[in-house]
Design a protein around this ligand. Structure first.
Ligand SMILES: NC(=O)c1ccc[n+]([C@@H]2O[C@H](COP(=O)([O-])OP(=O)(O)OC[C@H]3O[C@@H](n4cnc5c(N)ncnc54)[C@H](O)[C@@H]3O)[C@@H](O)[C@H]2O)c1
Ligand SMILES: O=C(O)C(=O)C[C@@H](O)[C@H](O)[C@H](O)COP(=O)(O)O
Ligand SMILES: [Zn+2]
Length: 354
């Protein structure tokens, strides 16, 4: 399956196919005619898939690689000099290429390094986690975290190519399968009630496996359309942030060490919907449907934190504009909108526990 993200001169193809990694070479050759390639990966993924890639590419290119420790802690400002140093050592120039081989951490981090090194080096996304395949490898948001908040330093920088091989998910830890399902459920909530119903009908990842390539395709296609309409996140793209206002603050509160991104977003989606349902904004029973689906796919829906604890981190959310906190709410499943509000939305009951 092939999709194209149409963004004028920044357009790029996305391929989704089992065993794609085995012939990545030819697809990379279609978009890159330079000499040097640096593969950036982590210490879980590179031992599994690095060789498959290097065996194909080493005949045609000067290859180097950088393997970083896995985990969200690596997606930090402190890792950037390590990457820039490796790029300099490998003599990567603007005519060369960076390949991000890994989950969302590697994609966001290597993508940001690619956007900033020499003011921009081409990069390719080879996402290996479910979350990265359905969400982070597409759309060009690249970033690192700061202690004060998620993704606070970043750029919009589109890849030249995205290669999605669903078979690599066979080696992914079940926790991170569930994690990726958090973003899949998000797409159902914001844009696709049919997808949501399909997920309800299967009610576990094992049952869903046969349909996985088409589910990945559906999610990527939803994101493609949104990004084509609003690449720079000034309107419709904010809908992709459903559950993230609370989700990002939960991640930050626990120093990016407790809830994974998908888990935190899962809690965020349920809790914001519970709040908006209480306010009569969202149709009754919507939060219950979300909660049941999160439970079925092994995701949390609460974390026991008083919402007061999160207010300062909510204040640095990137959707906040002109002193308005823009939160993403649902009318009902499949229908989302941007709700401009203030911190009173979150603090009207001071002891609200999420
Ligand atoms: N840019 C975006 O649009 C966007 C969208 C969603 C999430 N994100 C970001 O993505 C990050 C989370 O991504 P993630 O969930 O992929 O985390 P991750 O990159 O940490 O990957 C999860 C874990 O799985 C391992 N792994 C990855 N692929 C594997 C495979 N095939 N086999 C075995 N192990 C494998 C990794 O080493 C890691 O331990 C967060 O930082 C989040 O903010 C960005
Ligand atoms: O691509 C987008 O736009 C998204 O919001 C997708 C989110 O799933 C993702 O977590 C993104 O990194 C959040 O971006 P941020 O702008 O809230 O940092
Ligand atoms: Zn996300």
């Amino acid at each position: 399956m092939k999709l194209t993200v149409n963004l004028g001169k920044d357009s790029y193809p996305i391929y989704i196919e089992n065993n794609l990694l085995k012939h990545a070479n030819s697809l990379i050759g279609e978009i890159f005619s330079g000499r040097r390639i640096m593969i950036i990966s982590d210490d879980n993924v590179y031992p599994l898939y690095g060789q498959m890639l290097t065996e194909q590419l080493s005949a045609d290119y000067d290859l180097s690689h950088l393997v970083l420790p896995h985990g969200e802690g690596t997606k930090s400002f402190q890792t950037l000099p390590v990457i820039y140093g490796a790029l300099l050592k490998a003599r990567i120039s603007r005519s060369d290429l960076i390949i991000a081989l890994g989950g969302g951490v590697i994609g966001d981090l290597a993508g940001f390094a690619a956007s900033s090194f020499l003011r921009g080096v081409k990069f390719v996304q080879i996402p290996t986690s479910l979350l990265a395949q359905v969400d982070s490898s597409v759309g060009g948001k690249v970033a690192v975290d700061l202690p004060e908040g998620k993704n606070l330093v970043g750029a919009f920088y589109q890849p030249k190519l995205v290669l999605i091989d669903p078979l690599v998910l066979d080696t992914l830890n079940p926790r991170f399968i569930n994690d990726g399902m958090g973003e899949v459920i998000k797409y159902g909530c914001i844009k696709d009630s049919e997808l949501f119903c399909t997920l309800e009908a299967h009610s576990s990842f094992t049952e869903l496996k046969e349909e996985l390539p088409s589910i990945i395709h559906r999610c990527v296609d939803i994101k493609r359309v949104v990004v084509e309409h609003d690449q720079f996140d000034t309107g419709e793209r904010m809908l992709l942030n459903f559950g993230h206002t609370l989700g990002h603050t939960i991640e930050q509160y626990y120093h990016y060490e407790r809830e994974s991104h998908g888990e935190a977003v899962a809690i965020g989606m349920y809790q914001i919907t519970r709040l908006s349902e209480d306010l009569g904004i969202t149709a009754g029973k919507t939060s219950l449907r979300i909660r049941k689906l999160l439970e079925a796919y092994g995701l949390p829906y609460e974390c026991g934190l008083p919402i007061q604890e999160l207010l300062h981190a909510i204040a640095v959310d990137k959707k906040n504009l002109n002193n308005r906190l823009n939160v993403i709410l649902l009318h009902n499943i499949g229908s989302s909108y941007i709700h401009p509000t203030t911190s009173a939305f979150f603090s009207r009951e001071s002891n609200y526990i999420i």
